[in-house]
Design a protein around this ligand. Sequence first.
Ligand code: PRP
Ligand code: URA
Length: 209
Amino acid sequence: MELHVLNHPLVEHKLTVLRDKNTPSSTFRELVSELVMLEAYEATRNLSVVAAPIETPVAPMTGKKIASPRPIIVPVLRAGLGMLDGMTRLIPTAEVGFLGMKRDEEHPTQQVTYANRLPEDLSGRQCFLIDPMLATGGSASAAISFIKKRGCSHIRLVNLIAAPEGIKRMQEDHPDVDIYVAGMDDHLNEHGYIVPGLGDAGDRLFGTK
Ligand code: PRP
Ligand code: URA
């Protein structure tokens, strides 16, 4: 497993404004989009391409285009939806799938899938799973297991902020999945929130609470 932490002054600046509790939802959403585009640029470095013959106004040439089958972007509901716009702006030909995961009330350490809109067969697809927060890693691990059961073997996880606990869980459960994060934080608190983090990503994106 490779962990890529974006080290860049622009990312650090945007992340700091994003974390600030006084930043309103409208600015928060814009910043998430901008940060995701910067992350996606790195996460798509090995995207499959094919030769594409075209004619410019001056001469014929062979360029490159994203190969088929198209990559698939999977936001984990609900907060992952906030990252979708940034990802699709960078990979316009991508297909979008949806996966809803939540904690099982009776078994809080386990996740249940409450929604899924994904192709049955994901073999041969390059999949980008997006979710702002990697806290305990429970949601991401369950989402990746779900995608793998559909035959996907090329998965990249894109988060905004991760905790060491979540990275450890991913290393144990899915060592084949590379992770891209804008910021690596310190620890989880007793409620499973990332410290210092940014609070509840879903609430901040959608103005709930
Ligand atoms: C958040 C976040 C992740 C999950 C991370 O979602 O978007 O999916 O928590 O925590 P974990 O690593 O401990 O699983 P949340 O459960 O708050 O649901 P929401 O997206 O509907 O707000
Ligand atoms: N989910 C969030 O939205 N924030 C955290 O800090 C942890 C899980």
